[in-house]
Design a protein around this ligand. Structure first.
Ligand code: DAH
Length: 342
């Protein structure tokens, strides 16, 4: 009997109690009603009466020791599990999720590149307000009152008298520049413009333009052509061709629309260039003498050229993007493709 008690005591000390299953096994084997200790208590009857007291005490100690071991192990196990279930399920050996870097938006990339290209030939960058008055957006630019040319640009007006509006083009910055500075002036003016148009693959109500202005003595149409030819080659590649189509803008005379040879079909005709081999990137012309004098510059002394191009359009051609709406949807699958582009 004494030997049995010793054996069970050793087993209790040696038992490994690190999981709930081991703990339960231990409880059944030693503490439970059918366990080893209960069996030893049953055997107490067979012990000689004079030893019974002594053996009974030892058995009680054994029982207490088993209970203590069980309680301690149970507490330890509970402490190890104090986190939420999700925390306990977390595998700390997993490799980390990479910290993904953001990318610059394609429109920002192209705008920065346009600025770099023009800075190389001496243009600086000017800025102006997006909330504008009638004078700077229309009247100073030679749009006569009630002239249908105003209807060409679906304006968002901000006041009943139509004097406050969201600028419909970046040409307002030309006016502000000429009003506040005397020539020579050589600036580009990138910025957001607004038009009340239905959103589609080719049009948006908010988009970006870049305006260019060069005013000096003796500026000619040849300077305009050379400048835009240089730009097109730098932006789209040395093989790019450029052509000027006669057009009308109230603020330039003569006026032209600027096309570049289609980069997608190399001029052979495709659905992007509508089979013509050419795509329009903006308008240009010689600054109308009326505009110069409206802004306090003497047209007898100075002449100038101006141009305005759509940044979305240039970006679409540069990266062969077929739907303008991708620029504002912020789908990371689209944006990620511009990773690492400087
Ligand atoms: N402001 C014109 C537009 O938004 C673009 C433009 C055409 C700007 C000719 C110019 C220019 O400076 O000379 O449609």
């Amino acid at each position: 009997m004494v030997e049995n008690i010793q054996r069970v005591a050793q087993e209790i000390e040696a038992a490994q109690l690190t999981s709930a299953a081991e703990l339960e096994q231990f409880r059944i084997a030693y503490i439970g009603r059918k366990g080893a200790i209960a069996a030893l208590f049953d055997d107490l009857k067979s012990v000689a009466p004079e030893q019974r007291r002594q053996v009974g005490q030892e058995l009680n100690q054994l029982k207490n020791r088993a209970q203590t071991r069980f309680d301690e192990a149970q507490e330890q196990l509970a402490n190890a599990n104090t986190g939420s279930e999700a925390e306990n399920a977390f595998d700390f050996t997993l490799p980390p999720i990479p910290n993904t870097l953001g990318t610059r938006h394609p429109l920002s990339l192209v705008r920065a590149e346009i600025v770099r290209i023009f800075e190389r030939i001496g243009f600086n960058v000017a800025d102006g307000p997006e909330i504008e008055d009638d004078w700077h957006n229309f009247t100073a630019l030679n749009f006569p009152e009630n002239h249908p040319a105003r209807e060409m640009q679906d304006t968002f007006f901000l006041s009943e008298d139509r004097d406050k509006l969201l600028r419909t083009h970046t040409s307002n910055v030309q006016v502000r520049l000429m009003e506040n500075n005397q020539p020579p002036l050589r600036s580009i003016m990138p910025g957001r413009v607004y038009r009340n148009e239905a959103i589609s693959a080719r049009a948006h109500m908010v988009f970006q333009q870049v305006e260019g202005l060069y005013v000096n003595k003796g500026v000619s149409f040849k300077d305009l052509k050379e400048t835009l030819y240089y730009f097109a080659k730098e932006m789209f590649g040395q093989d790019t061709k450029i052509r000027f189509r006669p057009s009308f803008f109230p603020f330039t005379e003569p006026s032209a629309e600027i096309d570049i040879s289609c980069l997608i079909c190399k001029g052979e005709g495709c659905n992007i260039c509508k089979q013509s081999g050419w795509v329009e990137i903006g308008g240009a012309g010689m600054v109308d003498p009326n505009v110069l004098s409206n802004c306090g510059i003497d047209p007898e002394v100075y002449s100038g050229f101006a141009f305005g191009m759509g940044i979305e359009r240039i970006t679409m051609l540069r990266y062969q993007i077929r739907d303008l709406r991708l620029f504002t949807e912020n789908d990371v699958r689209f944006l990620r493709q511009f990773k690492g582009v400087i």
